[in-house]
Write a protein that binds this ligand. Structure first.
Ligand code: THU
Length: 162
């Protein structure tokens, strides 16, 4: 028997002013994307902005549907748009913000499991870690160094080849 301990490290910041210019701009684009979310059922708007290694930014926001499971989270809207339009570009950073019409989101959003799995595929595919910047409505920021830190036991393509 062997017990294994996993450790992750992340950074907390008090506000945008502690970010560099590039990260601040990306977070701003995520916020602008959240303004255009289609979230009439949850009233919870999420915006995601990805910075690719070719310098291009791709954004997305949550798109809901009256048949609830047919909607999609902001992260996957953005990541699939990047995969569809720039298949050879690695994703360097993703900024994700959220806001609610019903309450003040005081903590940075934590991406859902399905989005973590979807993002992990791109990290593995391009052999390049994706930095994740998270913010709610009150300024507080969390920075995580890779999707693998958020989902250490992700399902990988190798599992299909065994
Ligand atoms: N949502 C996202 O866009 N990203 C997440 O990581 C979690 C949840 C969306 C889905 C739905 O439109 C709304 O937030 C409420 O769950």
């Amino acid at each position: 028997m062997k017990k294994i301990e996993l450790k992750i490290e992340y950074t907390e910041l008090d506000g945008d002013n502690e970010l560099n210019i590039e990260e601040r701009a990306l977070l701003q684009k995520a916020r602008e994307a959240s303004d255009m979310a289609y979230a009439p059922y949850s009233n919870f708007s999420v915006g995601a902005a990805l910075l690719l290694d070719n310098g291009i930014t791709v954004t997305g926001n949550n798109q809901e549907n009256v048949a609830f499971p047919s909607g999609l989270c902001a992260e996957r809207v953005a990541i699939f748009a990047a995969g569809a339009n720039y298949p050879n570009a690695a994703i360097k950073t993703i900024a994700i913000t959220c806001k609610s019409k019903q309450f003040l989101v005081s903590e940075p959003l934590s991406p859902c499991g399905a989005c973590r799995q979807s993002m992990s595929e791109y990290e593995v595919r391009h052999k390049s870690n994706i930095r994740i910047i998270l913010q709610g409505e009150t300024g507080k920021i969390k920075i995580i160094n890779s999707v693998a830190d958020l989902l250490p036991f992700m399902f990988k393509a190798e599992e299909l080849k065994k």
